[in-house]
Design a protein around this ligand. Sequence first.
Ligand code: FES
Length: 153
Amino acid sequence: MNELLLKFPRSMASLLDILHGIQDADPQHHLSDEALRAVAEYLDVPPSEVVSTATFYTMYSRAPRGRHIVRLCQSPPCQLLGSETLAEVLAESLGVGIGETTADGAFTLETTSCLGACAEAPAMMVDDKVYGNLTKEKARSVIADVRRSDAAR
Ligand code: FES
């Protein structure tokens, strides 16, 4: 943790970047109480300031999540082109509801606002990769591909 923190300037202006860095490095993609305390200590600010930032932005998670984060866009262009049906398909395919993590800890299913891929709506993101022009079949196939590549490791 300390090694990671030292990569960032000791300034509140770095707080968002620090939280991103910690969350990305965490195997469960979340911000633990312990991590937030360490950040507050590093920046020499009250822990409440760090906690309020970490809870204000939806891009941060205080709860542990899966190894892969599936984010389905719910903004109007994607909604108009069927993202609600895709949410059902993904929920069924993963066996979890929105905001939940699979029992094996592999996937967390979330919704998000625009991913910047409206020209290819409906879209979703799995980890850092955006998948557009989604159909039910394509959504299932993306999940199956990620599962296969996990199993091959
Ligand atoms: S509205 Fe879904 S990617 Fe922009």
